[in-house]
Design a binder for this molecule. Structure first.
Ligand code: GLA
Length: 750
C-alpha cells in the first residue's frame, strides 16, 4: 500500500486498501495516466494504450515519424496548453507576448509520509497519521513554468486527494487563464453521471444521466458553490446501483465558483477536468510566484453507490472536518428564526429558551436581527454591534439568562455582506464589490464585501473576535445570503481583476482559519440561505452546515437523500419546524418531522410554547430517542433504502454501526394508498450470520385500520432474526395510512 515508483518501468503506483492509481512516463518524459480503479497491484499498464493513428490528431514534433502517438489520444495526467490535445484542457497560460503554450516534461518527484499542505486553502488533513504524499514535478522548457502535481494517498480510507501548484520559474510574467485541479482520464467504459442540482430551498437533487458523446458541465459562476450545482460529481458504470458496480467520485474542496467538465472523446475515453471556474478568471504569476489550485477528493469503489458515499462520509468526518467538534456530541438546539423572524426582544427569546430547556433542548441559537438597525432584511448588515432596543444591556444579560437555564448560547452572523443602509457602508462604500459607473445589482437588498481586501478581513476579524471573546458564545451560524455580482475590486490593478473572485474565497478562508483557531471551543455551522455553500471546503471549518431553508419534512427527504451521496449525516443541519410548514404550507405529524430532522444534526426551529402538552411530551421523547441513538446516527454507516425519484410511496434509510452490532431503520410514508399493498422492507448492512433482536418498532402519526397488520408487525418486537433474514426475507410493516406517518425500527445483535 502507499506510493511506489518503479524506476525501470518509470511508473508511479498509488495503492489504497482496494484501489490502484497508476501513471507512467513516456519516451518524451510526459506523464500519462494509466489506470484508476479496483486494486490490481503494480503491473505496468502502458501497453494497454497501443498507438492508434487518428486523422486530425496531431503528433509532437519529435514524434512526427510515429504518427500513432498523439497527445490528442493518449490518457493524460494533467494537460499542457495549446500543444496537440484538443480535448478538455487543464491549463491556459500566456506569456508576455500573448502566446498561449505549455508542454510538460518530467523533472523529478518526492514521496513523503503524511499529507501535503496547501497554503491559504482548506484541504484534507492527516491527524490520524495514515497518509503518504507524492509530488511529481513537471516543467515547461519554454516559459519556465513548473507544475507540481500533489497526491495524498489515504490507504485505509480508500481516498486519493489531488492538488496542483504552478510555479513561475521563468523570467517573464505569465498569465493563467485556466488552472484546473485535476484531470482524470478513464480510457475505457461507458458511464452514467450523477450530479446534484437544485435551487434555493430545494438543494442537491440527485440526477443520473448517461454520458453523451459530448461535454457535460456541472458548474457555478455565483462566487459560491451554490444551491444550483453542488461541486460533486459521480461517474458510475451504467449498471451500477446502490449495492453493486464501479463508481468514481470527484469532490472539489472549494466553496467559490467551480467547474467540472466531463467529455467523452473520439475513442470513447472519458475525461473529467475539475477546478475553479475559468469564466472571468485570470491570475498573474510574476517570476518566482506560485499559484495553488484547490484540492479534489477522489474516491473509487466497485461496490456501488452506498459504498462510495460511505467512503466520503468517513473521510469528511475524519479528514476534512477539524478540531474538537469532529466527533464530539453536538447539542440539540432551538433556533428562533422561524419562531420570531425579526420580531423579538430578550424576554421573547428567554420564553422560548425556558420551554425548550424544560423539554431537554441544550442550546439556544439567536438568529438574524440582533445587531445594528436590523428589523427586516433591508438594513444593518455590517454593523456587528448589539441592537440594545431589542436586547437591553447587550448580549451578556441575555446569555446569562439562557445559561442559567442550563443551556448553551449560539448566535447568527453574516460577515461577508453589507447593507446599503448600514454604518459600515456609509463609512466604506468602496469595500463592497461594485462595478465602476454602474449601480450594483441587489439581492435581498444587500451587497457583497470585497473579502480579497485585507482591511475588510481585518475589520471582520476584529468585530467577530470582540463578539466571541467578550461573550460566552458556544456556537456560530455563519450565513451568506446572496451570490456575487459586480465582481470588481477597488484595490486591484486592471490586469489583476480576474483574480477578484478567487481572492474573495482566500479572504473568507483566512478569516475562518483565524477565528476557528482562536476560538476552538466554538462550534461553527455554515449556511448560505440554507445549503447554498454546502461543500468540502466549508466543511474544513464548519463541522455542520444548514442543509436547506426548506424545513418541510417531506421535501427534506429528497434534499437529504441527494446530500447523502457526498456528505455525512453529522454535517447536515436539520430542524423540526412548525406546521403548517412555512415554506410549503404542508402539515406533517410532529414525530415524522423529528424522524427527518434526527437524520441530521437535529434541532428545533419553532416556538415550543405553542405546542400542546401532548406535543411537548413528544418533543421530550424525541430528544431522548435521539440521545440514545446518537452515536449510531452520527457516526454509523448510512444506507439509502429507497430512491425518491423511483419509489413514490415512501422514503426509507438506515444506520448501521461499523461493528454491525445495531441498526436503526427509518421510513416516512409520502403517499398513502387506498386498499394499500403490503409495505415490505429489506434491511441492509447487517452481518448475515449474526442474530439481531427487534428491540423497538415505533409507528408515529398513523391512522391504521384495525385490519392493517399493526398487531402482526408489533408481534415481531422482541423476536430474534438472523441478519440474512432481515436483509433477504425482510420485514412486513403494517399498512400505514394517514398524512405522512413514520416508522423507526431498532435492531440489536444478541
Ligand atoms: C438564511 C438562513 C436562515 C436564516 C435567515 C436569516 O436564509 O438560511 O436559516 O438564518 O437567513 O436572515
Amino acid at each position: 500500500m502507499g506510493i511506489q515508483f518503479n524506476a525501470s518501468a518509470r511508473t508511479f503506483t498509488l495503492s489504497t486498501r482496494s484501489t490502484t492509481y497508476q501513471m507512467g512516463l513516456d519516451h518524451l518524459d510526459r506523464l500519462l495516466h494509466l489506470y484508476y480503479g479496483p486494486a490490481i497491484g503494480q503491473g505496468d499498464l502502458a501497453a494497454m494504450y497501443p498507438p492508434a493513428d487518428r486523422g486530425f490528431s496531431p503528433n509532437h514534433n519529435a514524434d512526427r515519424a510515429r504518427r500513432g502517438i498523439s497527445p490528442d489520444t493518449l490518457p493524460q495526467e494533467y494537460t499542457g496548453c495549446n500543444t496537440g490535445d484538443f480535448r478538455l484542457s487543464c491549463l491556459v497560460v500566456r506569456d508576455e507576448a500573448g502566446a498561449a503554450g505549455a508542454e510538460w516534461r518530467y523533472a523529478g518527484h518526492s514521496i513523503q509520509k503524511g499529507k501535503y499542505a496547501l497554503t491559504g486553502l482548506p484541504s484534507a488533513h492527516d491527524e490520524e497519521n495514515e497518509a503518504e504524499s507524492l509530488c511529481i514535478r513537471m516543467e515547461d522548457g519554454v516559459t519556465g513554468l513548473a507544475l507540481e502535481l500533489l497526491y495524498g494517498v489515504f490507504a485505509k480510507q480508500d481516498i486519493i486527494t489531488r492538488a496542483v501548484r504552478l510555479v513561475n520559474g521563468g523570467n517573464q510574467t505569465l498569465r493563467l487563464e485556466k488552472a484546473a485541479s485535476m484531470c482524470l482520464d478513464l480510457p475505457f467504459g461507458r458511464w452514467d453521471m450523477i450530479h446534484f442540482h437544485g435551487r434555493h430551498t430545494m438543494e442537491r437533487q440527485a440526477e443520473r444521466v448517461p454520458l453523451l458523446n459530448a461535454i457535460q458541465t456541472v458548474s457555478s459562476t455565483r462566487g459560491a458553490s451554490s444551491h444550483h450545482h453542488n461541486p460533486f460529481v459521480i461517474l458510475c458504470d451504467r449498471k451500477a446501483n446502490e449495492e453493486h458496480g464501479l463508481c468514481y467520485g470527484v469532490m472539489p474542496v472549494y466553496s467559490g465558483s467551480h467547474r467540472t467538465d466531463v467529455e467523452v472523446d473520439q475513442n470513447g475515453l472519458t475525461r473529467i477536468v475539475s477546478g475553479i471556474h475559468d469564466e472571468r478568471f485570470s491570475w498573474q504569476l510574476a517570476p518566482g510566484e506560485a499559484f495553488t489550485v484547490p484540492e479534489v477528493i477522489l474516491a473509487c469503489t466497485e461496490n456501488g453507490l452506498t459504498a462510495l458515499s460511505q467512503q466520503y462520509h468517513r473521510f469528511i468526518r475524519h479528514n476534512v472536518c477539524r478540531g474538537e467538534h469532529r466527533f464530539a456530541r453536538r447539542p440539540v438546539l432551538i433556533n428562533n428564526w422561524e419562531a420570531t423572524y425579526f420580531d423579538f426582544d430578550s424576554d421573547a427569546i428567554v420564553r422560548i429558551a425556558e420551554k425548550a430547556a424544560a423539554l431537554g433542548v441544550e442550546m439556544l441559537v439567536l438568529d438574524d436581527g440582533w445587531f445594528g438597525k436590523r428589523n427586516d432584511d433591508n438594513s444593518g448588515l455590517g454593523d456587528w454591534f448589539v441592537n440594545e432596543k431589542k436586547l437591553p444591556g447587550g448580549l451578556t444579560p441575555l446569555i446569562q439568562r439562557v445559561n442559567a437555564l442550563g443551556m448553551k448560547f449560539g448566535i447568527w452572523v453574516e460577515p461577508e455582506m453589507v447593507s446599503e443602509d448600514s454604518d459600515l457602508y456609509r463609512a466604506h462604500p468602496d469595500w463592497a464589490l461594485t462595478l465602476p459607473g454602474r449601480a450594483p445589482v441587489m439581492s435581498r437588498n444587500q451587497m457583497v464585501l470585497d473579502m480579497g481586501r485585507s482591511e475588510v478581513v481585518d475589520y471582520l476579524t476584529e468585530r467577530l473576535t470582540d463578539l466571541l471573546a467578550n461573550n460566552p458564545i458556544a456556537y456560530v451560524k455563519w450565513d451568506m445570503n446572496r451570490n456575487m455580482t459586480d465582481v470588481y475590486s477597488r484595490v486591484l490593478p486592471a490586469e489583476r481583476q480576474g483574480e477578484a473572485a478567487h481572492r474573495y474565497m482566500l479572504g473568507v478562508y483566512r478569516l475562518l482559519e483565524t477565528l476557528t483557531t482562536r476560538f476552538p471551543h466554538v462550534l461553527f455551522e455554515g449556511c448560505a440561505g440554507g445549503g447554498g455553500r454546502f461543500d468540502a471546503g466549508m466543511l474544513a471549518y464548519f463541522t455542520q452546515i444548514w442543509c436547506s431553508d426548506d424545513t418541510d419534512a417531506i421535501e427534506r427527504l429528497v434534499i437529504q437523500h441527494g446530500t447523502s451521496f457526498g456528505y455525512p449525516v453529522s454535517s447536515i443541519g436539520a430542524h423540526v419546524s412548525a406546521c403548517p410548514n412555512h415554506q410549503t404550507g404542508r402539515t406533517t405529524p410532529l414525530w415524522t418531522r423529528a424522524v427527518a430532522a434526527m437524520s441530521g444534526t437535529f434541532g428545533y426551529e419553532l416556538d415550543l410554547n405553542k405546542l400542546s402538552d401532548e406535543e411537548a411530551s413528544q418533543v421530550k421523547e424525541q430528544i431522548a430517542f435521539f440521545d440514545k441513538h446518537y452515536q449510531l446516527i452520527q457516526n454509523g454507516l448510512y444506507y439509502r433504502l429507497t430512491d425518491p425519484t423511483e419509489e413514490s410511496r415512501y422514503a426509507a434509510w438506515q444506520f448501521v454501526d461499523e461493528e454491525q452490532s445495531e441498526a436503526l431503520f427509518n421510513l416516512i410514508l409520502t403517499h398513502p394508498e387506498a386498499n394499500a399493498r403490503p409495505l415490505h422492507v429489506w434491511l441492509r448492512g447487517l452481518d448475515p450470520d449474526a442474530l439481531y433482536r427487534v428491540e423497538s418498532l415505533d409507528i408515529h402519526g398513523c391512522h391504521c385500520a384495525p385490519q392493517a397488520g399493526l398487531d402482526l408487525a408489533m408481534e415481531g418486537v422482541g423476536k430474534v432474526y438472523s441478519g440474512s433474514t432481515l436483509m433477504h426475507a425482510g420485514y412486513t410493516l403494517p399498512q400505514l395510512a394517514g398524512d405522512y406517518p413514520s416508522v423507526q425500527m431498532y435492531v440489536k445483535r444478541v
